[in-house]
Design a protein around this ligand. Structure first.
Ligand code: PAF
Length: 286
């Protein structure tokens, strides 16, 4: 796997990969954007990317603009050596790992802001977060120019924001969402799970369990408000310290909904100690 840290070299390397299509034609290129600290969830994205393209480019960049002033930018796990091994073993062709100055040179002044889908949920709890995400993903799209880009459904609102941005800005890129990968007890895999103490890790599975129970109540016609209240009560009983949100939203527009007459998504974010966990689950229409 090539490891590249300079934009001019990235462009050359991607252009060379493009020339190696299966029958002498242009190769399809997939991009998997990440912030590193890779786990099985990321490897599922790489596998999906391989299924859609001839070559896979992964990026590792801990993007400062998507972290708020009191968030975990400095402590965010950084493990490039083991990430490189995982990517190599899983058939990634090229790693784009630019330093911050390559991405945000002095004088950088542009922000991409997607309204609507970015409002409320994590957008409400983390002001400016999705502007940072949209801006870096737009830059990665322009830097790599992939045919396909793959993201996890664990960050469901992020996926909706990126789909909207790609449509609105005419990026000719297929955006593919991959179902959340989970530990045996149901906890969604996340680089931030590394922050959990042993005790918090045991309590964390209350989140997917409570969401699963609420989704099935709502699918059976149960009252949405009382299902959401039960999720909050279950999280508090399990020892979660605070709850940012537990909400039912339309699966595509992310507008609030009060029943599951259309495909919906139940989304939650809550804190265990210092660790903010997010999760979401499909709610099928009755
Ligand atoms: O999901 C992530 O890891 C990040 O938000 C992304 C999409 C790589 C942008 O920095």
């Amino acid at each position: 796997m090539q490891i590249i840290r300079e934009l001019a070299l990235l462009r050359e390397a991607v252009a060379a990969l493009r020339e190696t299509g299966p029958t002498g034609g242009k190769a399809r290129i997939a991009l998997v954007p990440t912030m590193g600290a890779l786990h099985e969830g990321h490897l599922a994205l790489i596998a999906e990317a391989r299924a859609h393209a001839d070559h896979v480019v992964a990026s590792i960049f801990v993007n400062p603009t998507q972290f708020g002033p009191n968030e975990d930018l400095d402590s965010y796990p950084r493990r490039e050596a083991s990430d490189v091994k995982l990517l190599t073993d899983h058939g990634c062709d090229l790693l784009w790992a630019p330093p911050v100055e390559q991405v945000y040179p002095p004088g950088f002044a542009t922000v991409i802001s997607v309204s609507g889908v970015s409002e409320g949920l994590c957008g409400g709890a983390r002001p400016g977060h999705f502007d940072g995400v949209s801006t870096i993903v737009a830059k990665l799209f322009n830097q790599v120019r992939p045919d396909v880009a793959v993201f996890g459904e664990k960050d469901y609102q992020q996926l909706a924001v990126i789909r909207r941005m790609a449509r609105d800005l005419d990026f000719d890129i297929d955006i593919i969402g991959v179902p959340t990968q989970r530990d045996a007890d149901g906890l969604a895999l996340s680089s931030r799970n590394a922050y959990l103490t042993e005790e918090e890790r045991k309590a964390a599975h209350a989140l997917p369990r409570a969401l699963g129970q609420a989704a099935s109540r709502i699918e059976k016609g149960g009252d949405v408000d009382s299902a959401l209240a039960k999720v909050k009560a279950a999280l508090t009983a399990a020892g979660f310290d605070s709850i940012d949100y537990v909400e039912l939203r339309d699966a595509v527009t992310l507008q609030p909904v009060t029943n599951a007459k259309q495909p919906a998504r139940l989304l939650a974010a809550a804190k265990l100690g210092q660790t903010r966990l997010i999760d979401n689950i499909e709610v099928k229409p009755k």
